[in-house]
Design a binder for this molecule. Structure first.
Ligand code: NAD
Ligand code: UDP
Ligand code: UDP
Length: 322
């Protein structure tokens, strides 16, 4: 058991945030989950609301927040392309104004603060796999820019608050992560393929399906989060967290069809603009600094995720989705 802290998790009712809240509560901490429910679902944290150490607050991080906390995890931000492109101005505001407000709070409280950054800071990478020293290849004014540039600016703010004001920061560059509690309608590839396969609908490959991604199971990622936050001071540098196993979208589709036993055909759809061709983390730094490496292989993690979606689809919605 760690010393009990008062911990703020923004975006805590989202996919990753809900697992993080659970993990922190399990260690005896008080968790304040702040979320505007833009893409998160109350059902993700419903099983926590009876825990006296858990508090759920509806709040938009673009607005100032004055609370008393010892530690902050800043996860608030829509994460899937269809969600972050629905209201791109709000996406930039969430990343940039959200970072300023949470960093202002961290400065006032002298609280350590974690930023959920992303592999998207590397854009459509020209270096492969991507080490943290790579500055990226990002379109500043395309449809993905609201997310990529918002997250890049948030990183800038984190490092400037660290250098200028001495704020104690941790920055994780998260690569594609999947698992139970992904939002079934956010258009991400793992949830799309599983839902399509379970329903017997065509599995939609964008482009030729030869673009690659590296998929990390949520349990591995949260373990990496916790190790990074608890790493000794001196860990104020961006750290990649992801599973280096690299798969084409066609390989992923075939694996999902096999594991679900589905008869779904593959169909091809246009590739979205600026869709990165390849992505794979170099996790040397995470291994050296944190002793972290993922343990769950894609096939095993997909099994857990398929079981979740299977029960979600076969249960009549008794709880509102949001
Ligand atoms: P998610 O959409 O499930 O969770 C994001 C949460 O933030 C949601 O609950 C949403 O309602 C909330 N939110 C959005 N805007 C807000 C605002 N202005 N104020 C308060 N709450 C707000 O996504 P996720 O996959 O859990 O992602 C969590 C974080 O991790 C995000 O910052 C995302 O950019 C980052 N990330 C995720 C992945 C991934 O593969 N899942 C990869 C890279 C980075
Ligand atoms: N802020 C907040 N909670 C706090 C302290 C600050 O939300 O407990 C916000 C506040 O809106 C402020 C921003 O964080 O504008 C940045 O704070 P900082 O102290 O860096 O700047 P300043 O207050 O001088 O603008
Ligand atoms: N993709 C796909 N079919 C889908 C959804 C996504 O082929 O139904 C592709 C998408 O074009 C991208 C990859 O899968 O190349 C990962 O997409 P996702 O939106 O999950 O994540 P991101 O592009 O942000 O890495």
């Amino acid at each position: 058991m760690h010393d009990s802290k008062r911990i703020l998790v923004t975006g805590g009712s989202g996919f990753l945030g809900s697992f993080l809240c659970e993990s922190l509560l399990a260690d005896g901490h008080d968790v304040l989950c702040v979320d505007n429910f833009q893409t998160g679902a109350r059902r993700n944290v419903l099983h926590l609301v009876d825990n006296p150490r858990f508090e759920l607050m509806r709040h938009d991080v673009t607005m100032p927040l004055y609370v008393e906390v010892d530690e902050i995890w800043n996860l608030a931000c829509p994460a899937s392309p269809i969600h972050y492109q629905t209201d791109p101005v709000q996406t930039v505001k969430t990343s940039v104004m959200g970072a300023i407000n949470m960093l202002g709070l961290a400065k006032r409280m002298k609280a350590k603060i974690f930023q959920a950054s992303t592999s998207e800071v590397y854009g459509d990478p020209l270096v492969h796999p991507q080490p943290e020293g790579y500055w990226g290849n990002v379109n500043p004014n395309g449809p993905r820019s609201c997310y990529d540039e918002g997250k890049r600016c948030a990183e800038t703010l984190f490092f400037d608050y660290h250098r200028q004001c001495g704020v104690n920061i941790r920055v994780a560059r998260i690569f594609n992560t999947y698992g139970p509690r992904m939002n079934p309608s956010d258009g991400r590839v793992v949830s799309n393929f599983i839902v399509q396969a379970l329903k017997g609908e065509p599995v939609t490959l964008y482009g030729d399906g030869l673009q690659t991604r590296s998929f990390c199971f949520v349990e591995d990622l949260i373990r990496g989060f916790r190790l990074l936050m608890d790493a000794p001071d001196g860990a104020e540098m961006p750290i990649n967290l992801g599973n280096p196993g690299e798969f084409t979208m066609r390989e992923l589709a075939e694996m999902v069809i096999e594991l679900t036993g589905s008869g779904s055909p593959l169909v091809y759809r246009p590739l979205p603009k600026d869709d990165p061709l390849q992505r794979k983390p170099d996790i040397t730094r995470a291994t050296e600094v944190l002793g972290w490496a993922p343990r769950v292989q894609l096939r095993e993690g997909l099994g857990h995720t398929i079981a979740y979606f299977d029960s979600l689809l076969s249960t009549p919605a008794t709880v509102p989705l949001v």
